[in-house]
Design a protein around this ligand. Structure first.
Ligand code: NAP
Length: 256
């Protein structure tokens, strides 16, 4: 399939999980991909795997809280590939969990910086490059947590992911006249290193609990979320902007 032939795409959070699967899928669909995260070794292995499959990717490591990384990612897209068409701002972390009265302000800021301010920084530098191209697709990873579901102990995470939805709506209206779409992808429980089901102390009962929250009675694979990212990023979603797309196995509507 060649749904992204000739496109240039940034994917953050590409060293594992959803971002890793999406980078491979985008490259397999013909995009030149700039992959980013903090762990250089994982990025290098990803670039090699994409090359082995006949694709093209380049790694730029750094922290999404760092404004200079946002700039470097776009500079790399322009210098190496001549433009930017798609940005999947996906990097994120659950952050410190616990009741609000016990939450340190520094932990709150760290989660908001990693999940929400990073999205703003990404967009800030990506938009001028997309404008030069005459259009494009901005995509952000939010979550069902903070949108359709509240979970105790996840106030900072939920607030950061809900904040992305406000950012997306405003970006969609700011950029729609210029042919740039902005959307949020809201995964349900997905089997990645970030999932609480993969925490060192999580037993089988945690997995069973999380699976049962979903109408489909299972978690997603990263590849299933990647396919939704491909849809939103590609011209198949040419009339979709400002939306919050749940790809959540029914966790938002299930009451059983
Ligand atoms: P993951 O496998 O842990 O991936 C998270 C990615 O973000 C990693 O590549 C990590 O790379 C990167 N990252 C984290 N903090 C970063 C920072 N400060 N600077 C740069 N990169 C950073 O987990 P995932 O599940 O695929 O998570 C991807 C996104 O999906 C996140 O936004 C997450 O909130 C969201 N999400 C996940 C689920 C789920 O159930 N898994 C559900 C809803 C939403 P490095 O550690 O190498 O920097």
């Amino acid at each position: 399939m060649n749904r992204l032939t000739g496109k240039i795409a940034i994917v953050t959070g590409a060293s594992s999980g959803i971002g890793h699967a999406t980078a491979r899928l985008f490259a397999g669909e013909g995009a030149n991909v700039i992959v980013s995260a903090r762990r250089q070794d994982e990025l290098d292995a990803l670039v090699e795997a994409i090359a082995r499959d006949g694709g093209t990717a380049v790694a730029v490591s750094g922290d999404v809280c760092d404004e200079r990384l946002a700039q470097r990612l776009v500079d790399t897209a322009l210098e190496r590939f001549g433009g930017l068409d798609i940005a999947f701002n996906n990097a994120g972390a659950t952050g410190a969990m616990g009741p609000v009265p016990d939450m340190a302000l520094s932990d709150w800021h760290e989660t908001l910086d990693t999940n929400l301010t990073s999205a703003f920084l990404g967009a800030k530098y990506q938009i001028p490059a997309l404008l030069q191209r005459g259009g494009g697709s901005l995509l952000f990873t939010s979550s069902f947590v903070g949108h359709t579901v509240g979970m105790p102990g996840m106030a900072a995470y939920g607030a950061s992911k809900a904040g992305i939805l406000g950012l997306v709506k405003c970006l969609a209206t700011e950029l729609g006249p210029n042919g740039i779409r902005a959307n949020a992808l809201l995964p349900g429980g997905t089997d990645t290193p970030a999932s609480i089901t993969n925490a060192p102390d999580a037993g089988p009962e945690v997995l069973a609990f999380v699976e049962n929250l979903h109408a489909l009675k299972r978690m997603a694979t990263p590849e299933e979320i990647a396919r939704a990212a491909l849809y939103l990023a590609s011209d198949d979603a040419s009339f979709i902007t400002g939306t919050a797309m749940l790809v959540d196995g029914g966790v938002s509507i299930s009451r059983t």
